[in-house]
Ligand binder design. Sequence first.
Ligand code: FAD
Ligand code: SF4
Length: 498
Amino acid sequence: SGGTHWLFGDQLGPHFVDPARGGPSRDTPLLMIEARSVFRRRRFHRAKAHLVLSAMRHRAAELGDRVRYVKADTYRQGLREAVGDGPVTVHHPTSHAAHAFVRSLPSVTVLPARGFLVTHDEFRGWAEGHGEKHLRQEDFYRWVRTTHDLLMEGDRPVGGRWNLDHDNRQPPPRGATGLGVPAAYRPRESDIDAEVRADLDRWSRDGHAEFVGEDAPRGFPATRREALAALRRFVEHRLATFGAYEDAVLAGDATMSHSLLSSSLNLGLLDPAECVERAEAQWRSGEVPLNSAEGFVRQIAGWREFVWHVYWYFGTRYRASNTLGHHEPLPDWFAELSPDGTEANCLTHVLEQVGTTGWTHHIPRLMILGSFALQRGWDPGAVTDWFHRSFVDGYDWVMVPNVVGMSQYADGGRMTTKPYTSGGAYIDRMSDFCGSCRYKPSVRVGEDACPFTAGYWNLLHRHRDRFEHNARMTQAVRGLDRLRDLDALLEQERGRRD
Ligand code: FAD
Ligand code: SF4
């Protein structure tokens, strides 16, 4: 065709260069652009910057002569340098900003998105049949299961039920300090990692980039081969216990039975189809229980797909939603991932984990970090930025719905039925943090008051008018009337620092 095909830094797997799936032909030259301006625009966790650069450079090394790898200040400059005004194809990028940019260039043809099970058109068709107010992950997930024949027996779900959450959501085993499952895959660094580390050190010294979090040996896959090894290890050794302990948290076991595959999926190193097919095959061969296989399939074919499509479907203005009118800034200690700013044992632990690894599993994100931000009334846009920069798997498309919609309820319930937040009792049930905390989860006023318990009531009180009308919240809101110490609690929360 005479054109060049451009690969973004999150389009690194074989499914982004597959002519059989609408990608470029085998002799089309490829282009990758490492744009320094990305690091100037925002601070990143050191581990995230490392992972993204390492993955891009590893991919370029694999592709060899077929790819031109340009280091430029901006994408625009890189494109001009590499191809001038020549014709370029690119698969649909993953952020509104990048999409608007490629669409604005007359020489660029945008090909359909890759790396998801459902196309934009298919989603639109599904959504229009449901009405804006009723876009629910559970309905979407069942539709994906059916249309992609995942864990199905004819037109019925295997085992007769769509949702096995009832068997999941177990608290951690009593008295255990860890789940005792085989460790997750860990990659070994290469010469390319050493170069990346030297570059990041230099940029940081020269003031070209600023990072949060610590530098550490790379903990997540940077190549297709590493990502496949990580998938295999998870499916064969860790998937069996995934379901039961999906929501459980132990201070001494950061990864529990989770897959740690989010960064590989989001870099495009793994295709979601191969992940869910492997999990289903493992169940069909009798190696893992259904609640685990189904739980994992739900995360990927349900939640991940849903979040991707919600991001595009709700459009560019969704990010600025702030239904609850929350405007407080993040305190410095939180922004800097510094656990010294709080005495809450759960928060200290989780912040420290994010600082050292750039990752923590779903429940600490949702029910500890996100819930705390919601209760304190922090600005949802600032919270989104914070998650985006602090996590190795953070990208605009996945952060915006997860933070604005799911975690901060800033969209007023367009993607979830109620705010996800709780008092200390939930954290106490699902983790082992509270026993050694200076606060007590059952106490809401006074020296020992748990910030989550007090924060929970404070939040309900502030938004009573709105939450009262939510059928799933009325019960909780009525609980306010039984609190004889509510005035003292509100007074205490007004003065609270952490
Ligand atoms: P597992 O528990 O093993 O789950 C398997 C896979 O399911 C994940 O790898 C991921 O690809 C997918 N998945 C599960 N839940 C979600 C979800 N809600 N949205 C998208 N994918 C999902 N996930 C990201 O990939 N990037 C983010 O930036 C991100 N930010 C989040 C922010 C908040 C406030 C919350 C509540 C969740 C966020 N998530 C994000 C979703 C989820 O927490 C992570 O995908 C997960 O913890 C990653 O660890 P894992 O790979 O071990 O996941
Ligand atoms: Fe967290 Fe409250 Fe438990 Fe302390 S008592 S660990 S602050 S939930």
